[in-house]
Write a protein that binds this ligand. Structure first.
Ligand code: F6R
Length: 614
C-alpha cells in the first residue's frame, strides 16, 4: 500500500528510483511521483494514474541529472488519485520534499494548525502536513533534517513511513518508520531506503531491517539509525535470498501466470529442510518452549483475504491432528470484539507481506493479552514475524501480482507444518504418522505440476462464461475455503459477482440465487470421501433449478460425468491435501476470465498488494 524508494549515491537517481518504483508498483498504482535535488533546488514530477503516466511526463518535461532522489507510487487514502494529491509533497518554501506510506491520524488538527499559521496547503492529503511541519521545524533543528524528522515524528499519530530530502543537504535522504514498512539497502558508495527489497535488489542484496519508531539517514558513504528519541537503535542486517530475476516476469505475459506456474517450486521450497538431525520437525525461528506449546488449549488464526482462507483450510487439518480447537478470525474483526485469548492460546498470524495492518493490530492485541504468537510469513524482515514469538517462513519468493496465488498454497503447507509440530510436541501423533503426512506433502509439488500440465481446458471454460453476471462456488470441508478463495479471485480480477458457499448451506438461503444458466463451480472431494455423495446431492439441487455445473473432480471420478456440464480434473490426493490442487484451476479460471474481459490482471482496480492501513 504505497511504494516508496529513496536513493543517494553515484548513479543517476532518477533511473534508480523509477526502476525501483516499477518493482513497487504492485503496492499501489493510483499515482506516481519523484523528486530529485539538482543545483541546490528540488525538482518534482508527479502524475495521476500508473507509473507509465509519470514516465511519459518526464519524457516531455525531463528532470536534471542528480544523484539523490525519492519516488512514490500511491494507493489513495486521504484525497482522490489526482496530480495534486500525488506524492512527493513539497513545503511552501520549496525546500523539502516528502513521500509517505500510511495514515497520519491527527492530520486534521495539524492541518488546522498550519492553516492558522498562514500555510496554504495544496492537496487533500495527510502527507502534505509532514512537508510543512518539517520545513517549519528546520530552524529549531539547526537545519539538520534528521533532527527535524525526529521532532516532527514525535507529533505524528498513526502509521507512517516518511522519506524526506532537503535541497540544502543534497547528499542525504532521511526516512522514519512507525508501523509501516521500511528497509535499507546497503550498497558500495550508495545506499537505499524502500518499502521492500525488490526496489533495490538489482543493486544490492545486503539490507537492514529497521525496528519501530526509528529514523535512518543515508548518505553515499553511510547509514545512521536512531530512535525517535534520538538514542541508539537496534537494527538487524540480512541478505536477500532471491535475485533480481525472481522479481521479473521471466517470459510470462503476467506476473500472475508466472506465480501460478511457480507453485510446485514454492511448495517444495517451503517444505525443504524442516527436519533436524533427530528427525524432528523444526521452525525457522522458535522462541516458544515445548512446555509453552504443551500448555496451549486453543489456537486462533488471524489473517485477511486469501491468507484467511488458508487459515480456514488449516483448521480442518490442525484440529484433526492435534485435537486442539482452532478458531479462524478475520484480523480486522479480532480485536474489536474483545476476544478470549491468554497465555494458553497460540495466535497464528498468516500474512504473505508481513505488513498487513489489520493482521498486525490483531497480533498486537493478542500479545497484550499474553497469548503466544507465531507468524506464517513470506517476507523476511517484515513487521509481523519480527513481533512474533515464533516464525515459519513460506519460501514462495516474491509475489508481485496483486492477487495472491503461490502464497496461498505455501501458507497452507506452513500451517500444516505448524499443526504437525504441535502434534509432535504434544505427542498427539506418532512419528510414523507425522512422517506419512510429510510424505503426502512432499508429493504435492508433483501433483500441482500435473494440474498445471492439464489446465488448458480451464481457459476455454472461463471464456465461455465471461459474460455471466455471477458465478457461484460451492464446496464442503476443505473444499469450502477453496470455494471462498475461487470466488475472491474472480471478484478481484474479473470484477464480477462471485460467492463461495458451504454446499450444505445452499438450501438455507443461497439457492434462491440459482436461475437458468448460472454457472456453479463445484469443488468435489474424492469419490471415496463420505462427502462425495452429499456434494452430488447439492449439484442435483442447483441443476434442477437451471445451474450450469463446472466440476473440479478427481481423476477417475466417473460418477460426476452424469451430473456436470464441464469437468476439470485434478490428481487423486488425500482429502486434506486437496486444496493444494483444486485451487490451481480456480486461479487460472479467474486469470483467464479477467484477461477475456480486458482487465489488468496484475494490478486490478482499487486494490494494492500490501494493505498497510487499517
Ligand atoms: C487476494 C489477496 C488478499 C491478501 C490479503 C492479506 O488475492 O491477495 O486478500 O491475501 O490482503 O495479505 P497478506 O497475506 O499480505 O497479509
Amino acid at each position: 500500500m504505497c511504494g516508496i524508494v529513496g536513493y543517494v549515491g553515484q548513479k543517476q537517481a532518477l533511473e534508480v528510483v523509477v526502476a525501483g518504483l516499477r518493482r513497487l508498483e504492485y503496492r499501489g498504482y493510483d499515482s506516481a511521483g519523484v523528486a530529485v535535488i539538482a543545483d541546490g533546488a528540488l525538482e518534482v514530477r508527479k502524475k495521476a494514474g500508473k507509473l507509465a503516466n509519470l514516465e511519459s511526463l518526464i519524457g516531455t518535461d525531463p528532470l536534471p541529472q542528480s544523484t539523490t532522489g525519492i519516488g512514490h507510487t500511491r494507493w489513495a487514502t486521504h484525497g482522490g488519485p489526482t496530480d495534486s494529491n500525488a506524492h512527493p509533497h513539497v513545503s511552501e518554501d520549496s525546500s523539502i520534499a516528502v513521500i509517505h506510506n500510511g495514515i497520519i491520524e491527527n492530520f486534521a488538527e495539524l492541518r488546522e494548525e498550519l492553516t492558522a499559521a498562514g500555510v496554504t496547503l495544496s492537496s487533500e492529503t495527510d502527507t502534505e502536513v509532514a512537508a510543512h511541519l518539517l520545513a517549519a521545524t528546520m530552524p529549531a533543528a539547526g537545519g539538520n533534517l534528521t533532527d527535524a524528522m525526529r521532532m516532527v515524528c514525535q507529533r505524528l499519530e498513526g502509521a507512517f513511513t516518511l522519506v524526506a530530502i532537503d535541497k540544502a543537504q543534497p547528499d542525504l535522504v532521511v526516512a522514519a518508520r512507525r508501523n509501516s514498512p521500511l528497509v535499507v539497502g546497503l550498497g558500495e558508495g550508495e545506499n537505499f531506503v524502500a518499502s521492500d527489497v525488490s526496489a533495490f535488489v538489482d543493486h544490492t542484496r545486503n539490507a537492514l531491517e529497521l525496528g519501530q519508531d526509528q529514523i535512518v539517514t543515508i548518505t553515499p558513504s553511510g547509514v545512521d539509525v536512531i530512535t525517535f528519541e534520538g538514542g541508539p537503535a537496534e537494527v538487524t542486517p540480512f541478505t536477500v535470498d532471491w535475485d533480481a530475476a525472481a522479481a521479473e516476469k521471466g517470459g510470462f505475459d503476467l506476473f500472475m501466470l508466472k506465480e501460478i506456474a511457480e507453485q510446485p517450486k514454492a511448495v517444495a521450497d517451503s517444505l525443504r529442510g524442516r527436519f533436524d538431525a533427530d528427525n524432528r520437525l523444526q521452525l525457522d525461528e522458535m522462541r516458544l518452549s515445548d512446555v509453552d506449546l504443551r500448555g496451549i488449549t486453543k489456537v486462533v488464526v488471524v489473517a485477511c483475504g486469501t491468507a484467511f482462507h488458508a487459515g480456514m483450510v488449516a483448521k480442518y487439518a490442525v484440529e484433526h491432528w492435534t485435537r486442539i480447537p482452532v478458531e479462524v478470525e478475520l484480523a480486522s474483526e479480532f480485536r474489536y470484539r474483545d476476544p478470549i485469548v491468554g497465555p494458553d492460546s497460540l495466535v497464528i498470524a498468516i500474512s504473505q507481506s508481513g505488513e498487513t495492518m489489520d493482521t498486525l493490530m490483531a497480533l498486537r492485541h493478542a500479545k497484550a493479552q499474553g497469548a503466544r504468537t507465531l507468524a506464517i510469513c513470506n517476507t523476511v524482515g517484515s513487521t509481523i514475524p519480527r513481533e512474533c514469538d515464533a516464525v515459519l517462513y513460506t519460501y514462495a519468493g516474491p509475489e508481485i501480482a496483486v492477487a495472491s496465488t503461490k502464497a496461498f498454497l505455501t501458507q497452507i503447507v506452513a500451517a500444516y507444518l505448524v499443526g504437525l509440530y504441535l502434534a509432535q510436541v504434544r505427542e498427539q501423533m506418532s512419528a510414523a504418522d507425522i512422517s506419512d503426512v510429510m510424505e503426502d506433502l512432499k508429493g504435492m509439488p508433483q501433483k500441482v505440476d500435473l494440474v498445471l500440465d492439464t489446465v488448458e481446458p480451464v481457459r476455454a471454460i472461463a471464456r465461455t462464461f465471461a459474460n455471466s453476471t455471477s458465478v457461484l462456488f460451492i464446496g464442503r470441508h476443505v473444499g469450502y475455503p477453496v470455494a471462498l478463495e475461487g470466488a475472491l479471485k474472480l471478484k478481484e480480477l474479473a470484477y464480477m459477482h462471485a460467492e463461495g458457499f458451504a454446499a450444505g448451506e445452499l438450501k438455507h438461503g443461497p439457492i434462491a440465487l440459482i436461475e437458468d444458466g448460472v454457472p456453479v463451480v463445484v469443488i468435489l472431494p474424492s469419490p471415496s470421501d463420505r462427502l462425495h455423495d452429499k456434494m452430488i446431492s447439492a449439484i442435483q439441487e442447483v441443476r434442477a433449478r437451471g445451474a450450469v455445473i463446472i466440476a473440479i473432480a478427481e481423476e477417475g471420478d466417473e460418477k460426476i460425468l452424469n451430473f456436470s456440464d464441464h469437468v476439470i480434473r485434478v490428481p487423486v490426493t488425500p482429502s486434506l491435501m486437496q486444496p493444494l490442487v483444486s485451487t490451481v484451476p480456480l486461479q487460472v479460471f479467474a486469470c483467464e476470465m479477467a484477461t477475456a474481459k480486458g482487465h489488468d490482471v496484475d494490478q486490478p482496480r482499487n486494490l494494492a498488494k500490501s494493505v498497510t492501513v487499517e
